[in-house]
Design a protein around this ligand. Structure first.
Ligand code: ASP
Ligand code: MG
Length: 406
């Protein structure tokens, strides 16, 4: 007998028929003699709708009430799934975050899970009952409902799996696993059987939307066996595992991209101590997330500084810099039409030439690289948006990732 956490995303619970389908998938684990805790998202589109309502109430949204409203989508699906399971003759009960309890910190709208009480759930699981838990929600130190940030039900599932010491955490979604690249753009993309936590973490934070970044961090920290799979097919998904479980390490496992990037260049700023602090300090204060940064060697004491921010932060960033009296520059150039393309693989730790292959491939296609950044297991470049699909396909081929023709 195994203890399993199953998580179903928004499309998997998108309507009543699909919730009944989920109940059947839960039943097949029960029929194998396993204990099952289920974590559900809101029906697809529902959270956006709820967020929209709060926006219509006025400009200043009280985060506590925001959480009350937007957490409700998951409450609905968890109750409906419990009913669907009961209808199949399976004892099932829903448990809201505060009932379990899932304790979080007090950052409403973006809370982090602190601790999960497992006594009540364990008792029910041991008694053969399915427990159904709404993802995305917890309870804060003020005893009020909190939510974990968009996409947070992945994190709920992994945290619950860790707390319940589950043997596996299956994340059911609308894709059948993690791919070498977005298959909508690169048709030769392959499904990976296994990927390491670290690679998955990079892929998730670089724009691959299969899993919320924080859920991967949590899985890595607690060694939760994660599997990403489709609720619409019986196929095996992708296992997210420790590096030592992968025998043949690829140099590059996947290629990720993020269109949510904008570039700002400050032309001719003074090259002296304190300038970077004066540029990036006020941006940090305004909660602008700066990502890639390049600064040139100075000529006659002046230099250009280029950096990227998320698209949504661009206007705020420009405003902050235009207001600043401490940074002097000749010109501020902003460009929202850029994409960050990244190649990721743990194998590159021990191999040279991965970055060079990327640069050469892009050069051969005549694609200009605007900014470069690297870490131990990834190389990222910023390129013009109009070339990013071409870049993804060329890189996918260059790193030998293309699926064989069938
Ligand atoms: N329903 C929430 C959202 O859309 C949480 C989730 O589905 O992961 O962000
Ligand atoms: Mg999701």
């Amino acid at each position: 007998m195994a203890r399993i956490v199953q998580k179903f995303g928004g499309t998997s619970v998108g309507d009543v028929e699909r919730i009944k389908n989920v109940a059947r998938r839960v039943k097949s684990e029960i029929d194998l003699g396993n204990q099952v805790a289920v974590v559900v998202s809101a029906m697809s589109g529902e959270t956006n709708r709820l967020v929209g309502y709060t926006g219509e109430m006025g400009a200043l949204v009280d985060a506590r009430e925001y959480d009350v409203v937007v957490s409700s989508g998951e409450q609905v699906t968890s109750g409906l799934l419990a009913l669907a399971l009961q209808d199949l003759g399976i004892p099932a009960r829903s448990w809201m975050g505060w009932q379990i309890p899932i304790h979080t910190d007090g950052i409403h709208g973006k809370a982090r899970i602190a601790e999960i009480g497992t006594d009540a759930l364990s008792e029910r699981l041991n008694g053969g009952e399915v427990v159904v838990v709404p993802g995305f929600q917890g309870v804060g130190p003020d005893n009020r409902i909190t939510t974990l940030g968009r996409g947070g039900s992945d994190t709920s599932a992994v945290a619950l799996a860790a707390a319940l010491k589950a043997d596996r955490c299956d994340i059911y979604t609308d894709v059948d696993g993690v791919y070498t690249c977005d298959p909508r753009i690169v048709t030769k993309a392959k499904k990976l059987d296994k990927i390491t936590y670290e690679e998955m973490l990079e892929m998730a934070s670089l724009g691959a939307k299969v899993l919320q970044t924080r859920s991967v961090e949590m899985g890595m920290k607690h060694g939760v066996r994660l599997q990403v799979r489709s609720s619409f097919s019986e196929d095996e998904g992708t296992l997210v595992v420790d590096e030592d479980e992968i025998v043949e390490k690829e140099l590059v496992s996947g290629i990720a991209y993020s269109k949510d990037e904008a570039k700002i260049t400050l032309v001719s700023v003074a090259d002296r101590p304190g300038v970077a602090a004066h540029i990036f300090g006020p941006l940090a204060e305004a909660s602008v997330n700066v990502d890639m940064i390049v600064q040139n060697i100075s000529e006659e004491g002046r230099t250009d500084v280029t950096f990227t921010v998320p698209n949504g932060d661009l206007s705020r960033a420009v405003e902050v810099l235009e207001k600043s009296t401490e940074v002097n520059y000749k010109q501020l150039i902003s460009d929202p039409d850029v994409v960050k393309v990244s190649v990721v693989g743990v194998g590159m730790r021990s191999h040279a030439g991965v970055a060079q292959n990327m640069f050469q491939t892009l050069a051969d296609k005549g694609i200009n690289i605007q900014v470069i950044s690297t870490s131990e297991i990834k190389v990222s470049v910023l390129i013009a948006e109009e070339y990013f699909e071409l870049a993804l396909r060329a890189l996918h081929t260059a790193y030998g990732l293309d699926a064989e023709e069938v």
